[in-house]
Design a protein around this ligand. Structure first.
Ligand SMILES: [Zn+2]
Length: 78
């Protein structure tokens, strides 16, 4: 279950369309690591954060990608 708000900027990802609820959250894939979303990013502020719980194999694999994404974000938002 994806979070409904950004942990960094607190924007609400959810919106309704024709009676259904959708999320603007972005699932980031890393080909060759996992066939699907490895972690999340915020479409508004670019913050990257975990999809998988701590201790999960994919949490460990996602960590360096998340760190790099947030380091790049820190530079571009300076
Ligand atoms: Zn955000």
């Amino acid at each position: 279950m994806a979070p409904s708000r950004c942990p960094a900027c607190d924007v609400d990802y959810l919106y309704g369309h024709e009676g259904r609820t959708y999320s603007r959250i972005l699932y980031v894939e890393q080909p060759g690591r996992y066939d699907g979303g490895l972690y999340f990013t915020c479409p508004d502020c670019g913050y990257a954060f975990h999809r998988w719980p701590e201790g999960h194999r994919l949490h460990r694999i996602a960590q360096p990608f998340i760190d790099r994404c947030n380091a790049d974000r820190a530079i571009t938002t300076e």
